[in-house]
Design a protein around this ligand. Sequence first.
Ligand SMILES: [Cu+2]
Length: 141
Amino acid sequence: MTRRLTILSLTCVMLFLMSVPTPAETTVPANVVTTGPGAQFYGYVAPAVVTEKGGAITYVNLDIARHDFVQDVETDGIAGSQKKPWCKSYKKGTCPIFWSPTIGIGQQTEVQGLESVKPGKTYSFLCTLHPGMKGTLVVRP
Ligand SMILES: [Cu+2]
């Protein structure tokens, strides 16, 4: 009886696993990074993000507090080109490689600068308003 139940539950697990669609390796799904209520304490909902050079990341804020999604230049020890539109407010040599505007509750924005990331490299990101909110961006080789 126990053995029959085990086989039955294993079959159920296998059927469940088979029903979960496996994404094709060649397609890169649009990435969505979210912050929820209390994000300044809990951080980004998924603090590890995988993208590719030139990939798209949409940042969605569902928190009452305003947040953004900006490369952590200090942690990475590497800054971006000073020519990007968002660099005006940054001192020379401190402009983030990728950046998003600060957005409020219910707003969403595209992370800019992903055309400048290097394949195979891992970057850090943070919220410039709450530096305890950190994450990692992995760029596919
Ligand atoms: Cu924040």
